[in-house]
Design a protein around this ligand. Structure first.
Ligand SMILES: *Cc1c(COP(=O)(O)O)cnc(C)c1O
Length: 379
């Protein structure tokens, strides 16, 4: 059986987690937590990087920082994970879903422009598969009306747009360290990246239950107290220790995934032309991170048959994201602005192949050969 995903593991996580377990401080922002945050602040041109229990939590903090209130509109793609919308719906926003571009499954900047109203407070972009959205155009649209841009870069760590790290281009950015992402902090975890200095202090307060505890620890105030509303958004030390084992090998993990991605590309590219299915497109100004390799086949029916066929061959392939505007909660939370030219149709054609840190060419061969047999039988 070839799994769809195996959580990344380098070997150093174990000694670090044990070290964390034996330390007298195992709550948030301990020594591993600080080390991880420093790593991000060194590697990313941001004002602050804060570990969170999940990307969902980082998006929730973003919605609070953006000051989202009932009636505000937030524009985002319909083709995304529920948390992108949920974080803003929780604060009473009306979600305005817009169409994606067919080639990348990323939000279409032109559709964003058309969906802007005087109620628009923020634009949330999702860098699908670690491939950057058209950030120059998105930022230009946002600047025209002075709205915030939040990058859901859950899948985007190590990805780049014109040489800039994903998550560092908008006002705020978020990463996920869930076990299905390129780097994990032991199953669940996330990061909030603050690129606009105005938000640093408030983000620290929100994350520390509405207190100024972070300032207190830095000696900036002599007692800590409740200063605003907030919540508890710190992961524990064991999570941070696990993540540290991966940050140390961040490049190695990235290179290995990119190698596996290219291996898929070489084997499937000739078949794609012959059998009329399509492969992911990486725009010239983007550097992706090998997060995902997918195919797009003719339609929903063919996709379901291919998933079944691969399963019989011992290959776990999956689809995801039922477009949010057609989900029960999505229908309540907002509306789709403009025409759904690509979102539904492309989401139904898309099939994700096994890809994880450590997958080898032998496994990729098995997957590619099974796909070839399927299409030969179809012809
Ligand atoms: C995985 C994912 C999330 C959620 O991440 P968690 O860390 O599980 O909360 C949000 N948005 C996108 C686009 C994702 O892929």
């Amino acid at each position: 059986m070839i799994n769809f995903n195996i959580p990344p593991y380098t070997g150093n996580e174990e000694p670090y987690v044990i070290q964390a377990m034996r330390s007298p401080k195992i709550s948030g922002d301990g020594s591993f937590g600080k080390q991880c945050q420093q790593w991000f602040e060194t590697h990313l041109p941001c004002h602050k990087a804060l570990l969170t229990p999940s990307c969902t939590a980082a998006l929730e903090i973003s919605a609070m920082l953006a000051g989202i209130a009932p009636g505000d509109e937030v524009i985002m793609p319909s083709y995304t994970f529920v948390s992108t919308a949920n974080a803003f719906a929780l604060r009473g926003a009306n979600i305005v879903f817009v169409d994606v571009q067919q080639e990348t499954m990323n939000i279409d900047a032109e559709r964003v422009r058309e969906a802007m109203t005087d109620k628009t407070k923020a634009i949330v972009v999702v860098h699908y598969a670690g491939v950057a959205c058209d950030m120059d155009r998105i930022m230009a649209v946002a600047r025209e009306q002075g709205v915030l841009v939040i990058e859901d870069a859950a899948q985007g760590m190590m990805g780049e747009y014109k040489g800039r790290a994903l998550g560092t281009i908008g006002h705020l950015g978020t990463y996920s360290f869930h076990e299905t992402k390129n780097y994990t902090s032991g199953g669940e975890g996330g990061l909030l990246i603050i690129n606009d200095a105005r938000f640093v202090e408030k983000a620290e307060v929100i994350r520390e239950k509405g207190t100024n505890r972070s300032q207190f620890f830095r000696g900036q105030v002599d007692k800590y107290t409740w200063v605003d509303t907030g919540s508890s958004y710190l992961p524990g030390e064991l999570q941070a220790a696990y993540l540290w084992g991966q940050l140390e090998k961040a490049d190695e993990i990235n290179q290995q995934r990119l190698g596996a991605w290219s291996c898929y590309w070489e084997k499937l590219q000739p078949l794609a032309e012959k059998h009329a299915f399509s492969l992911p497109m990486i725009p010239a100004d983007c550097r992706h991170n090998g997060h995902m390799f997918y195919l797009k086949v003719a339609n929903l029916e063919e996709r379901q048959r291919l998933i079944g066929y691969l399963k019989d061959c011992g290959v776990m392939a999956v689809f995801h994201y039922v477009p949010l505007h057609s989900s029960p909660a999505g229908r309540k939370a907002g509306r789709f602005a403009g025409a759904d030219r690509h979102t539904t149709r492309e989401s139904e054609r898309l099939l994700r192949l096994p890809l994880w840190y450590g997958i080898g060419e032998a496994d990729i061969d098995v997957v590619a050969e099974a796909i070839e047999r399927f299409f030969i039988a179809e012809a």
